[in-house]
Design a protein around this ligand. Sequence first.
Ligand code: ATP
Ligand code: LTN
Length: 347
Amino acid sequence: MSDSQPVILTCAQPTGGLTIGNYLGAIKNWADMLESNNCFFGIVDQHAITVDYTPSELRQNTLSCVAQYIACGLDPEKSNIFVQSHVTGHTELAWVLSCITPLGELQRMTQFKDKTKHLNKEDESHSDDDSQSKVFINSGLLMYPVLMAADILLYNAHSVPVGADQKQHLELCRNLAQRFNHKYSDTFNVPEPYIAKQGQRIMSLQDPSRKMSKSDVNQNATLFLLDDPKIIRKKIMSAVTDSSSKIEVSEDKPGVTNLLNIYSSFNNESPEAIAEKYIGKGYGDLKSDLADLVVSKLSPVQERYQELMNDKKYLESVLKQGAENAQKLAFKTLRKVYKKAGFLNRF
Ligand code: ATP
Ligand code: LTN
């Protein structure tokens, strides 16, 4: 990596163990970009507190996420792995950007609407006088996309590799970059999303109309990178499939199509070519082979993860270096932004 290479930035939230959705839709593609880019991989702990959480678990998940990143092939010698709260600038830039963000745009964000849907219902069920126990929608959840835009613009990223679910957030980030440039003069690079064809949307094993998510309440819906082989097998064998038993890629068969997509993302054959191999066979055969494949692909990741978790000093040194490198770039951008916004120089 060198300062003259294009900047690639992307992040994941330490809201729980990483899933095969995170791996196939995101991290696997990031690992291919290390050679020819200046890569920044963030673990966004400040985003993770927008949902209900336990501080001790957040601390553990953050370190575990670093180890999972490295175990998945993100080489810290060739990239910068950092924790968001270790770098001054993310929340400062978010504040400046929030002042050029229309409220309505944030309220219309799909993720905000999804994440607040059930909170709205719970809110209605409480009476006004039990305000202590009242569930509320925190403003951080609304501001989430602005903080995400700040994550990206702080490093003047050229490209942002993400899963398809982040397309709308990236669009807002591009709008904010353009709005700032127009209002104050050219400052930010307008970043391009990079959404890989394969693995961009891995769906829940229990409800293939929803994306696989690490915060899904039904643990059987999600395959975690660190799941035990027995659990992986059990979750895949009990995945929801469709009424007719033919194995094919079809919009009418979201369950089996999802399994074929997972298969395809792990072995790089097209889902259609895989389906052909199962002509005359049943769902059980497909699921059993898929379980073998997933276990064999994840076991080296799990072994490396265990080694890394036994060497906390090493993980901390990775984060120290990552934060130092990230901070240099962040300060540079923030100084420029503050000057353009009309803030007086610090004496
Ligand atoms: P949560 O489930 O807590 O909402 P998440 O897993 O969706 O979190 P992140 O950990 O921040 O969110 O996601 C990291 C990256 O993984 C993002 O680029 C995101 O687009 C991608 N990603 C997440 N889930 C999937 C999925 N099911 N399929 C493909 N890509 C995904
Ligand atoms: N919103 C993303 C996580 C995220 C991110 C970012 C991704 C936060 N900041 C900056 C790319 C670039 C998510 O929920 N998956």
